[in-house]
Design a binder for this molecule. Structure first.
Ligand SMILES: [Zn+2]
Length: 392
């Protein structure tokens, strides 16, 4: 599938003002609004957007579960069809934006949302234009043509160009009121997406450009944005998040993401933290790539080059040092940096994670993995602090 470009992208402080201009310009009288109500008020977006909603029919969709679920998609589709909107706005974190993508697109298909999500039916046409407004700096969902959905506890990723939001409005002011825990978890998602994108089999020169700049920005500013938030650190994280979204929109994610979905659905660990806790073991694993197990057709030297780039970005003198730095960053953010610390210790629990892993995402990892190698890696997950590095 060739990539389509977004119509309008605004990544700057104060960018939210553009939403009003787009609504007015589109002369849309019926707007469908997928909104995380808490974020809407706390971010200050409500005060800015409400004046543009007068004299228009606004159908609001809120009260959804965290991480998109089929029952919420179905509820939205029913409401959407009755409202017959001309424009969609999705405002909130990754869940709100993914729901906006799914509802707006799947409401226009003949087949059921269930069948499209599980891959039994395809997407035939696009919905009305979607304006995506993230209020967290993490998922980069406003820049991707994917949407995650859970059906009976199983995670699916729907991919289609019709899911790419037409407008992405990234305004760091909206993240100023985020509590430290959310800043850390969402920021870790952005950081891991960038690192995974750098080593992904699907990476291109373009995705590498986005991913490298993204990783550089989150490495520089995630700890500050979480512990001592300044406007600059918030702005860096918003850029990092959006760039990581653009990077994985091309390269897709790899093993740490593949593993994370069961950690989230079974143990309730926030997405970004669930991904981050296997990033250091995966960096160590991928650094041992050889011609016998290289999954990237560009060869092991290419992969080692990318691993070298990551090590350099993190200021590590060796891969082991870079691994220690990743673990320390996660720890400094107040998050568990290993499966062990999240209480996932038994061989049975680790075996379950391994059997539930998304094979497609795993095949995008630069070094082949078997169930056995994955189990060995995760069950030997070293305890934090063993490498004794300090955060930069
Ligand atoms: Zn993610």
């Amino acid at each position: 599938m060739s990539q389509v470009e977004q119509h309008v992208v605004h990544v700057q402080t104060g960018a939210l003002a553009e939403v009003g201009a787009i609504i007015d310009g589109a002369a849309a009288s019926r707007v469908y609004f997928v909104v995380d109500e808490t974020a809407y008020i706390a971010s200050g977006a409500a005060a800015l957007l409400e004046p543009h909603f007068s004299n228009r029919s606004i159908t609001r969709f809120s009260g959804f579960d965290l991480n998109p679920k089929l029952h919420d998609v179905d509820r939205g589709i029913e409401q959407f069809r009755k409202a017959d909107p001309e424009l969609i706005i999705a405002l909130g974190g990754g869940t709100a934006i993914d729901l906006g993508k799914l509802i707006g697109t799947l409401a226009c298909q003949q087949e059921s949302a269930h069948d499209v999500i599980i891959g039994k039916a395809g997407i035939q046409c696009s919905g009305p234009p979607l304006i995506a407004v993230p209020t967290t700096a993490g998922t980069g969902s406003e820049a991707t043509h994917f949407a995650v959905a859970y059906v009976d506890g199983t995670k699916y990723s729907v991919a289609h160009n019709a899911l790419l939001p037409d407008y992405a409005i990234v305004d760091s002011m909206l993240t100023h009121s985020l509590p430290a825990g959310i800043t850390a978890a969402t920021g870790l998602d952005a950081f891991c997406q960038a690192i995974e994108s750098i080593w992904a089999v699907g990476a291109t020169e373009k995705s590498l450009e986005y991913a490298t700049e993204s990783a550089r920005l989150s490495w520089k500013s995630l700890a500050d944005a979480t512990r001592n938030p300044t406007a600059d650190a918030r702005r860096d994280m918003c850029r990092a998040s959006h760039l990581a979204g653009k990077a994985i929109n091309i390269s897709k994610t790899t093993a740490s993401h593949a593993l994370s979905y069961s950690i989230t659905s079974e143990y309730g660990v926030p997405h970004g933290i669930a991904v981050a806790m296997t990033l250091s073991p995966m960096l160590a694993y991928n650094s041992q790539v050889s011609e016998f197990d290289c999954a990237d057709s560009r060869g092991p030297e290419h992969v080692l080059n990318r691993i070298g780039l990551i090590t350099e970005l993190l200021g590590g003198e060796s891969v082991a040092a870079a691994c220690g730095k990743i673990e320390n960053l996660i720890s400094v953010l107040g998050c568990p940096n290993s499966l062990k610390l999240a209480g996932i210790t038994s061989n049975t629990a680790i075996q379950r994670l391994v059997t539930q892993v998304d094979a497609n995402r795993l095949s995008n990892n630069p070094r082949h993995m078997t169930s056995e190698s994955l189990f060995a890696l995760l069950s030997n997950n070293p305890a934090p602090g063993e490498r004794g590095m300090s955060i930069p």
